[in-house]
Design a protein around this ligand. Structure first.
Ligand code: NAD
Length: 255
């Protein structure tokens, strides 16, 4: 018996990094997985890799900034498989370490849209299906930047703090309705999230105020190490874990 036999799951931002690890790990553990992303090339590569490993992962384009695409994403597993058990809100983007006085309206809106509004809508639509059935499991990928003030810029930090608040409220409000909602706060992972950051032209306060904190990071993880935490939360082994934030950071915030 595999840990996610009979379960169906949506994983957002599943083309690269942590989402890709989660999608493959869930499929390996018996789940029927719908992997979504806003990039077609990475979804094509994921499908190919999954097939080479003897796994079947369904894919779908869904941009977490677009409510209609999020609604279609939530309906898809119900249409395909007749059920939706697990939603993993993983898609996320970084800022460029700007403190609030220097955050442009455009950057603020984009980070909040992808990291907070997208997960909010996905949860709202998924709960429309899960609540009447009194069964559902939501996992939000936050960050230790959602627990501490100096791991990213103001926009990313705010988006992840808010996502943790949303997680706790949801976990508590529906705790007697068959729903669990938890967050993972990863530390550094070897993924593509910093690819879009121009390291040569970072905000001056990044080096002065944020990078001293990063020197206390014990190490950077392989995303599979964090996907294993998502597997625990998705499985019945975590049946009494709800409204929690599990850090997976190698001990970084223990400093
Ligand atoms: N990498 C780290 O060190 C780290 C640390 C803490 C938290 N996180 C969080 O982990 C999650 C996964 O990030 P990652 O490190 O794997 O990054 P990544 O950049 O490697 O992968 C992110 C994926 O999300 C997709 N994506 C981006 N914007 C999207 C949108 N609008 N709609 C749909 N998909 C979109 C990308 O195409 C990509 O496939 C994020 O929520 C991130 O904030 C990452």
């Amino acid at each position: 018996m595999k840990q996610l036999d009979q379960k169906t799951a949506i994983v957002t931002g599943a083309g690269l990094g942590l989402g890709r690890s989660i999608a493959l790990m869930f499929a390996r553990e018996g789940a029927r997985v719908l992997a979504t992303d806003f990039r077609e090339d990475v979804l094509d590569a994921l499908r190919k890799d999954a097939a080479e490993q003897g796994l079947k992962v369904e894919t779908m384009l869904a941009d977490m900034r677009k409510p209609a695409e999020i609604a279609a994403m939530i309906n898809k597993p119900v249409d395909m498989w007749g059920r939706l058990d697990i939603l993993v809100n993983n898609a996320g983007i970084m800022d460029h370490f700007e403190p609030v006085a220097d955050v442009s309206e455009a950057l603020w809106e984009m980070v909040i849209e992808v990291n907070l509004n997208g997960p909010f809508r996905a949860m709202k639509y998924a709960l429309g299906y899960m609540l009447p059935r009194k069964s559902g499991n939501i996992i939000n990928i936050a960050s230790i930047g959602g627990l501490q003030g100096a791991r990213a810029g103001a926009a990313y930090t705010s988006s992840k703090h808010a996502l943790i608040g949303l997680t706790k409220n949801t976990g508590f409000m529906y705790a007697t309705s068959g729903i669990r909602c938890n967050a993972i706060a990863p530390g550094a992972m070897a993924t593509h999230i910093t690819d879009a950051i121009d390291m040569q032209h970072l905000h001056p306060l990044a080096a002065e105020r944020i990078f001293p904190g990063t020197s206390t990071n014990p190490r950077t993880s392989n995303p599979d190490e964090v996907a294993a935490v998502a597997l625990f939360l998705a499985s019945d082994a975590s049946s009494f874990v709800n409204g929690s934030v599990l850090t997976a950071d190698g001990g970084w915030i223990a400093y």
